[in-house]
Design a protein. Sequence first.
Length: 291
Amino acid sequence: MTDTTPRHILLATDLSCRCDRALDRAVQLAGEWGAELTAATVIEPEPADLLDPRPSSWRRQATPAERMHWRLARDVASVADDIGVVVETGDPATKLVEIAEHEHCDLIVTGIARDETLGRMILGNTVSRLVRRAAVPVLVVRDRPAGPYRRIVIATDFSEAALQATLVASAFFPAAALTLFHGYDVPYTGYLTDRDFTSESRAKADEARAMLRAESRIDAALLERLDVVVERGTPEMLISDHVEDHHGDLTVVGSQGHGILFDAFIGSMDKRLLDTLEGDLLIVPGAAGAG
């Protein structure tokens, strides 16, 4: 997908305090990469807006879009003075994808709340729709930035989507430590011993390293950076535990094909993985966003 860092970042925000961390991370990344940054918010139209968008009195009041534009410009100016501002009215996921395409953005950054509703703009179904439609990676920010990403865990099922996620993560964050994590389920576990599990995990890890060495798109420098971890169990839960135990600050997952890893992180929101996963989450699409 890319072998360079993003040149233009789109921050998707609802202007609540819950998106402050996403704003801070977007500013940090823009500074690290020397990238342009645009902040966008989308207002869902209300019936009154559709029927009579302007009052009939002599004193014209500001429209919701105008008020939102002023608030967004004020908020971003508090952290940087060179951030572009875009306010649109319509379906949030659709408009955000359109804005990203129009502005030629390489990355979408957004925030998420824990144990509460972030608003209809960027949570639940809208996040899923945004990720499925976007042709560029989407970074979901939870943590307050404490510097550049240093410890990155890449979820892999050894698919093309996982390879794309690995290549993007290595290009975006060339100084970070990268862990390629694979979790697998084993049938008839009651008949196996711990020694059996250990032996199988080692064999799978060796097989994974051989696959990486045979992949022409992974050069020697990247191969040297990759630490391969293979463990038995439910992939999404194992990844959560690994990220927490090893203090990972970013998890990366590929979305092409919407397989088990993508569904675990995004497609199955009822699993509440986004509420329990430590650190931020980068979702990398395939060659093109899905409709």
